[in-house]
Design a protein around this ligand. Structure first.
Ligand SMILES: Nc1ncnc2c1ncn2[C@@H]1O[C@H](COP(=O)(O)OP(=O)(O)O)[C@@H](O)[C@H]1O
Ligand SMILES: [Mg+2]
Length: 316
């Protein structure tokens, strides 16, 4: 019996949202924002928090500074029942932060990656990984050293006996440097969205991209927004249309919530098509409330939204 169902390895940062700002900032001037929120921002954190809400025993390896934003990260994860005992706190780098300036439907973001860009394979302790049934690695391009060491990291996870899922997320540099032939054979469930899959394979269609990774990939699930998801196994493909939400509050974190539902089902040994159904469902539930974790206040709340908005059972 392993201590953790899921060990998330990835980024941790806080989002500082400034809303209803009097105008665009100008050098040498000062303006007011009428509203401000400080929240846990990163994609891996949304995944971990929501997987824990769905009932999985989740721990996290991520790097933060020994500072007050680091305290925000820790207390928010703990409140969501994510184990924080494996977080790495460093004294010589600050916790990452994204400042988000919201203007109507548009936003200007500035990110300081801070501590999270420094975590590499040498920071990952095998004895912790051996305590996990499953490892989820995400945001591989956002974290400089994790990206550099990605092959060694997936190798280490497999040597420690865990199953592995991976969500690449966006590459801010847009170079999309990802060695499919080396990495994918070690990934049990690969979870990109369609743009990311086309970018890493340098193909113009999802069909061509899927064909390009077929020699290497074990199981792939491609997230396709309002069109749902595509499950690709060595035996075939299965498109599951989205459980469409016509009154989307926002789609922030929909992909992370999809991953949380899919992986929470996967670690329970559910058939892949059922994992896909639960992924589509938790992705859809995510869009019924603000932000990536707003709809995930409790497992009961997720199950209720699943029934009420989509007529679906949360069978976790
Ligand atoms: N408007 C929506 N209504 C219902 N489900 C949605 C909606 N938007 C996204 N989803 C679900 O969430 C999943 C992940 O969203 P997507 O936007 O594809 O991921 P990402 O955030 O990684 O780009 C989709 O595969 C879909 O099942
Ligand atoms: Mg995504």
């Amino acid at each position: 019996m392993k201590k953790y169902d899921i060990l998330a390895i990835g980024e941790l940062n806080v989002d500082l949202l400034l809303n209803r700002i009097a105008g665009f900032p100008e050098i040498g001037k000062e303006i007011f924002a009428e509203d401000m929120t400080l929240t846990l921002g990163s994609s891996t954190a949304i995944f971990a928090a929501n997987a824990a809400t769905l009932g999985a025993r989740v721990s996290f390896i991520g790097m933060i500074g020994r500072d007050s934003f680091g305290d925000v990260v820790k207390s928010t994860l703990a409140l969501r029942h994510v184990d924080i005992s494996n977080l790495i706190e460093v004294g010589d780098a600050a916790t990452g932060l994204t400042a988000i300036l919201n203007y109507d439907n548009d936003r200007a973001n500035v990110t300081y990656p801070g501590a999270m860009s420094r975590m590499g394979v040498k920071d990952l302790r095998p004895e912790i990984i051996r305590e996990a049934k499953h490892v989820h690695v995400s945001s591989v391009f956002l974290q400089e050293n994790l990206h550099r060491d990605l092959y060694e990291i997936v190798r280490l996870v497999k040597d420690c006996g865990a199953t592995l899922s991976m969500d690449v997320q966006f590459d801010p540099a847009e170079t999309w440097d990802f060695d499919c032939a080396r990495i994918l054979p070690l990934v049990d469930v690969f979870m990109p969205n369609e743009q990311e899959l086309m970018a890493i394979t340098r193909k113009d269609s999802v069909e061509e991209a899927v064909a390009a990774i077929r020699p290497y990939a074990v199981v792939t699930v491609v997230k396709m927004g309002t069109r749902g998801s595509l499950l690709v196994t060595r035996d075939g493909q299965h498109v599951l249309p989205a459980m469409l939400n016509k009154q989307v509050v926002d789609a922030i974190g929909a992909g992370d919530s999809f991953d949380a539902g899919f992986v929470a089902a996967y670690v329970q040994g559910k058939p892949l098509k059922e994992c896909q159904r639960i992924g589509n469902l938790t992705g859809a539930v995510n869009t019924t409330a603000a932000g990536g974790t707003g709809a995930f206040t409790s497992k009961e709340a997720v199950a209720a939204a699943a029934e009420k908005c989509f007529g679906q059972k949360l069978t976790l």
